[in-house]
Design a protein around this ligand. Structure first.
Ligand SMILES: [Mn+2]
Length: 324
């Protein structure tokens, strides 16, 4: 499933037609969501549109993404205007837009740009390419056809999106094409080492301590190949860490020899449990996440459990995972 030229030319016309745009992404945005939102926002702003950028509350940027260009476009939910162009990036479905969902679905023109294989095509125009490593990769490839230019700041945003969604070019979604796009972004001014220092050497000491605590209580089950840990609200409070700092926590579990699936159970502030799943290339956990009401990619997926406790959520997950 590639991107259709006809869809790109529809988006091109909409950009020409409108004088304002709101670019939105999903709750708890990761590097690709943030990089795609700000990168596309900057492209549209250079093309002369008035741009607002947002995701569901809390809108504040995680510390390690504070350096991102374009963050001045971020706007609180109450001030967003949905009468111009509305573009959702990196959102598999409208539900991922949280409290912004209704306004988006009622907007006259919604463009949905994404790379999740389970995207629900909720836009008036859908630019969806599951073969792309990141939404940022789609944006870079589509920019020319959309009449948008990529300058240094935009390259920084898009490169950050690709680096984070590919696990620094090491996950199975990294293709030769991904590396070619990354190379072009570096030529445009994205500096790999500087971005590495910002994103991957940007943890707070409290986060590092929390990470150590969680690793020390991680459980490995050789029979199922599961390695998992539960992170509670009490731990976040005790270590003084915000939820939006914990995006990479699951990666700490993935270095274990012999594991098949890494699982992080996070207690949300409303008491529900959010489950992040990562697998090695031969195990499809996207299907598991969809059966449990969530979604994602083959090797990176997630869902929010309807169970009331970690123990029940763990049993529920085990029931869906077939032993190797
Ligand atoms: Mn993404």
């Amino acid at each position: 499933m590639g991107i259709k030229k006809r869809d790109l030319s529809r988006v091109y016309s909409l950009i020409k037609e409108k004088d304002s745009a709101v670019v939105l992404s999903h709750q708890n945005p990761d590097g690709d969501a943030i990089g795609s939102t700000l990168g596309l926002g900057l492209m549209l702003r250079s093309a002369g549109l008035n741009v607002q950028a947002a995701w569901p509350d809390p809108i504040e940027l995680p510390l390690k993404y504070e350096f991102m260009p374009g963050k001045e476009m971020l706007t609180g939910p109450g001030e967003l205007r949905f009468d111009g162009l509305v573009i959702a990036v990196d959102c598999a479905n409208a539900g991922r837009l949280g409290e912004l969902e209704d306004a988006v679905l009622e907007a006259p023109a919604v463009i949905n740009i994404d790379h999740h294989p389970d995207n629900t095509f909720f836009g008036s125009v859908d630019i969806v390419d599951p073969a792309a490593s990141a939404t940022a990769e789609i944006l870079y490839k589509a920019a020319g056809e959309l009449g948008l230019e990529v300058d240094r700041d935009i390259a920084v945003c898009l490169y950050t999106g690709i680096v984070t969604d590919t696990g620094r070019f090491q996950f199975s979604n990294t293709s030769a094409g991904t590396l070619q796009v990354a190379a072009e972004l570096v030529e445009l001014g994205a500096e790999p080492n500087r971005l590495y220092e910002e994103v991957y050497q940007g943890d707070s000491l409290s986060y590092m301590r929390l990470s150590g605590e969680l690793i020390s209580k991680a459980v490995f089950e050789p029979e199922t190949g599961l390695v998992y840990v539960f992170m509670s609200q009490e731990e976040l409070r005790r270590f003084g860490v915000k939820m939006n700092e914990t995006e990479d926590l699951i990666d700490a579990l993935r270095t274990l020899r012999g594991h098949r699936i890494a699982v992080l159970f996070k207690e949300l502030d409303n008491g529900k449990i959010r489950i992040s799943l990562r697998s090695r290339a031969d195990t499809d956990i996207g299907t598991v996440a969809r059966r449990l009401g969530g979604g994602g990619h083959r090797v990176a997926a997630g869902y929010t459990s309807l169970k009331g406790s970690f123990e029940e959520a763990l049993e529920e997950l085990k029931g869906e995972i077939v032993a190797p």
